[in-house]
Design a protein around this ligand. Structure first.
Ligand code: UDP
Length: 327
């Protein structure tokens, strides 16, 4: 089997590449290296069954050519991270909308099964109980830049479902809830790699707002196991699934845990949102997945608890820190 992973040199994409290669597949990773890196897949360089194609999902001819030669497509390429969305809104919209259009059109032309990675962000400000796939998306004004991520990914979902209905394209949409793991970078805002890096440097841990907002963090291997299980389940086609683990943690507790596990004595610094993201930023107070639909279809059970996930991330970050030349 040959798999195409768009965004294959990114954090999640590179872990998926490892997993598929280990399972015996051939993997082609398409990445423009905007947020993905060669270093994420450097260890696969000597594997003849892995190939990194440096290019963009915005190139329809390239996408078509690659999709035609592969048996299955994992579409993970997207503009990710709150900071990046705020810094490059136009590029983010183009990548998220046109990139997905090109991938779905090529998959439909060549009849290839495709997984489209979406995000829990599509629920927007819906901070109710555990979120089910059919719950309302409540996004704020288009004048608040943050929401363009939710809006564009929701449009991607609509397009994927329209392809399924109108052309019978075997497509599965997954909404990922705060996936974490080694190789995730804090450069685009993600809280876990940022706090881990700060803890290891002895710098203050930046907790935004009052730190009582919650998230459910999912270890990357668990997220990938769920994604693969869905791709192997015909009944999942043409549908949308939450992928995550439902244990909720406040960001303040997360910071304390990271500090403990890293053996760090960094203080916690509470930073107002305006200072972190500029005026008018809106955060989500709570975001918990209901994963009963995923579990019913695939029997999925998350295996890696938050503490263990953080331990692995800290170990990996320490090894990377160790490799950095002294300042
Ligand atoms: N956050 C924080 N400190 C940081 C980065 C993020 O307290 O250095 C908060 C952020 O405001 C949010 C939560 O951590 O409430 C998760 O942020 P992230 O950007 O990782 O994910 P998302 O907001 O998309 O769930």
């Amino acid at each position: 089997m040959r798999a195409l992973i768009t965004g294959g040199a990114g954090f999640i994409g590179s872990h998926l590449a490892d997993r598929l290669v280990a399972q015996g597949a051939t993997v082609w990773a398409l990445d423009d290296l905007s947020t993905g890196t060669r270093a994420n897949v450097a260890h696969l360089d000597r594997t003849p069954r892995f190939r990194l194609v440096e290019g963009s999902v915005l190139d329809p001819a390239l996408v078509d050519n690659l999709v035609a030669q592969c048996d299955v497509v994992y579409h993970l390429a997207a503009a990710v991270g709150v900071r990046r969305i705020l810094a490059e809104p136009r590029r983010s919209i183009e990548v998220n909308l046109h990139g997905t259009e090109h991938v779905l059109a090529a998959a439909a032309r060549h009849g290839r099964p495709v997984l489209v990675a979406s995000t829990s962000e599509v629920y927007g400000k819906n901070a109710g109980g555990p979120l089910r796939e059919d719950d309302d998306a409540i996004v704020g004004s288009t004048r608040t830049t943050r929401w363009l991520y939710a809006i564009t990914k929701a449009a991607d979902e609509c397009l994927a479902l329209a392809y399924a209905r109108e052309t019978g394209l075997p497509v599965v949409v997954v909404r990922l809830f705060n996936t974490i793991g080694p190789r995730q970078t804090g450069a685009y805002g993600m809280v876990v790699p940022r706090l881990v890096d700060q803890a290891l440097r002895g710098a203050p841990l930046t907790v935004y707002g009052d730190g009582q907002q919650t998230r459910c963090f999912t270890y990357v291997d668990d997220a990938l196991a769920a994604m693969q299980a869905l791709m192997a389940t015909p009944a999942a086609r043409g549908d949308v699934f939450n992928v995550g683990q439902p244990r909720e943690v406040t960001i303040e507790r997360l910071a304390t845990l990271i500090r403990e596990l890293a053996g760090s004595d960094s203080p916690i610094a509470y930073i107002p949102y305006e200072q972190a993201y500029g005026a008018g930023f809106e955060d989500m107070r709570r975001r918990v997945p209901d994963i009963s639909k995923l579990q019913r279809l695939t029997g999925f059970v998350p295996r890696v608890p938050l503490e263990e996930a953080l331990r692995r991330i800290i170990e990996h970050a320490k090894s990377v820190h160790g490799q950095r030349p002294a300042p």
